[in-house]
Design a protein around this ligand. Sequence first.
Ligand code: A3P
Length: 276
Amino acid sequence: EFDGVFYPSFIPFREKGAEKALQDITNFQSRDTDVMICTYGKSGTHWINEITSMLIRKTPELDTANKGMTMLETISDFSVIDTLPSPRLLNTHCLFQYLPKKHIENRNKIIHMIRNPKDTCVSYYHHATKDQVFLSFTGSWNEFFDMWISANCAYGSWYTYEKEIEQAEKDYPGMIFTCSYEEMKKEPTKGIRRLSDFLQIECTDKTIEDIAKATSFENMKNNKVDPTAVADGNSHIYRKGIIGDWKNHFTVAQNKQFDSQFAEKFLGSSYRMLFE
Ligand code: A3P
């Protein structure tokens, strides 16, 4: 825990403590060509990571060599990623305030995916229940809902996270690409084209269509190795991949409570229309 926020028990957090682990991320010497994927957990990180990776590699082939992602908060010694070729694709769920200073000062690229917080919360509950190594949640859905809504889950408040990125978009125009899970799901080719324009990567319509097909939920679930899969083969990451699963979990009272918190905390946000 640091500054009132809990973190998963990743090795650097266990060994150095959260404050030092976060400082090391902030002081990480990023390269100008690094691309950073920034998401609140369970917003579609693996999906947008794979799409970006295909655009960079200019191929609609799933990256099977790199099974996971290069997640900054899991790295104890950053020299291990020194050997990765540029452009490196990095990611983190940490708040914008902890991002590598150098990355921000040099206005290097950031890709941000946002998802309806109700679906994010449900997805998080399932992940936290399955992941008995880093998150180790053993309670009920109702208990998880209360934790999430009071920002007592790992990485803290969804609102704080999204508001910091929204503010950064204003402070650093052109540095951050934002798309929603929902828009990528409904019109993947449009979302992928927008992303290739942001990355200034030339792509034919055919390549964009092929990437959309290759990064469909079904193809990724069936063909991408999920490094978090537990011994029983259950994937933590590729669960349902749909919009609106919250309706199968939220009670009427929970929905009302969520809506009223959302209205209060996210009133003026321009992100609202991305998933509403
Ligand atoms: P669900 O639990 O709702 O199914 P993250 O990568 O940030 O951990 O997010 C995981 C969520 O994204 C899971 O949501 C997962 O199923 C969904 N997801 C992963 N790959 C996807 C894809 N190719 N298309 C749509 N959703 C995907």
